[in-house]
Write a protein that binds this ligand. Sequence first.
Ligand SMILES: Nc1ncnc2c1ncn2[C@@H]1O[C@H](COP(=O)(O)OP(=O)(O)OP(=O)(O)O)[C@@H](O)[C@H]1O
Ligand SMILES: [Mg+2]
Length: 333
Amino acid sequence: MKIAVLLGGMSEERDVSIASAAQIIPALRNLGHQVFAVDTATGRLNSAQERQLLSGAVAVAPPSDTEIARVRGGALALSPTAFDFRDADVVFLALHGGAGEDGRIQAVLDLAGMAYTGSNHIASAAAMDKELSKRLFRSVGVPTPDWLMAPSTGDAVSVALGWPVVVKPNKQGSTVGLSVVHEAGRLQDAIEEALRFDDEVMLERFIPGREFTVGVLEGVPLPPGEIIAPGEVFDYESKYQTGGAREMFPADIPAAESALIGDYALRAHGVLKLGVYSRVDFRRDNTGAFWCLEANSLPGMTATSLLPQAAKAAGIDFSELLDRICRGAQKKA
Ligand SMILES: Nc1ncnc2c1ncn2[C@@H]1O[C@H](COP(=O)(O)OP(=O)(O)OP(=O)(O)O)[C@@H](O)[C@H]1O
Ligand SMILES: [Mg+2]
């Protein structure tokens, strides 16, 4: 197959996308596919540009505002013709965050009649919007923590949610712009910080306890994994630096609990109408109740990212996972 791998882009998760692509591209080539890379911010890469871009590691923090502005300043509007990938049989989306994950690029590819991996534009948009997702989770009996949307006040938080409270952009990923606020006096600053990344900000009840994630592949939940982050939350640094967090697949929980979050993950995936694969994130409180935080339509895709680890625990190696994702794209088209 001729595969165009779309990567980079202009979101805060640009570096994470490049890290995913750096592993997806050689793995797809090893499977015998003809692969070329397209940065959705700058266009199709020749092999020297590809080598140079894909050799970097994820930094400890997301790209700065200046760096993002630099990429945006030089950016073209994505179009398969202008970007020279009209000839691909499948477009592999190694993108995370922003236009690559929120349905906009999916809509462009639909208009161009191209087969692409992951979920369609409506499901992608719904999954990117945390508030919309949470309303849908509740409609199918998937528990999700109570929330308010900004603007809000310390008094409203005390009454509706209690402290601490999690403040986050409604449409972001990689824990960018998220803070845990312990007192009313710090609430407005946290809202201001989240507003840098999205015009909608969510205040969510903090769930103490353990953290789990469940991958979904072809309508089947993969074995749950547990994430043990060094800090209060699974932040950007602990997500992408080696040794940042301990990740255990399969999670050490009773079979009944695995089955329960597997079922929640399937319902969350289904109600959002997600496609061939996704990853659904949970917290488990100290009473043993599980709370769904969100679903990711384009989760991290290095060989050691969470979804590939979950697949591996189910006996599906990285190459087979990529192969099944590509086949899913062809079938959908
Ligand atoms: N309500 C909550 N209670 C406790 N911790 C939370 C809560 N919401 C978020 N967190 C912590 O912050 C992390 C990121 O939150 P969330 O998954 O909502 O955002 P994200 O930035 O979209 O993540 P991803 O990188 O998975 O796309 C979670 O993995 C968890 O550690
Ligand atoms: Mg998450």
